[in-house]
Write a protein that binds this ligand. Sequence first.
Ligand code: NI
Length: 178
Amino acid sequence: MAILKVATLGNPVLRKQAEPLDDADIRSTDTQRLINDMHETLAEYNGVGLAAPQVHVPKQLCLVMIPRSPRERASETVLTLLNPEIVEASDEMEEDWEGCLSIPDLRGLVPRHSRIRVRAKDRTGRERIYEAEGYTARVMQHEMDHLRGIVFLERMTNFHSLTFREEFQRFWAESSEE
Ligand code: NI
């Protein structure tokens, strides 16, 4: 296992449309090793999600952490999603804070669908359907955006809330439910 280097904003790999993986790709040693390394990288950086383009691999693979609550990471599980697609999304949207390992130290309020249904393959190649809401739905939408070359800044409706982490603690943390 290895901790991978995370690409930051400006690196063209973050702007590419990621390629889908076929079943042989998914089962290959290279992909299975990449998945293991991504899990280790996510844990190392204390992230809640990670997409393959963020570690310089433009393939449709991402990890999404499912904590019992955003504060309770001890009981987390981390989903591995391959070729994920949103098959249903609520009209209802909600706004909450996001950050990104590829955009270090910046945070902003981002509107996302409150509930989504996602079809994806797991790391064994089996097709699965996931229903997610709230925080988990948010992380899934953020990570799936990475697979299309989109970062959270583009999902913000305005930049009034865009803030450095330090200023977030000073001026915004009280208004956050995190
Ligand atoms: Ni991100």
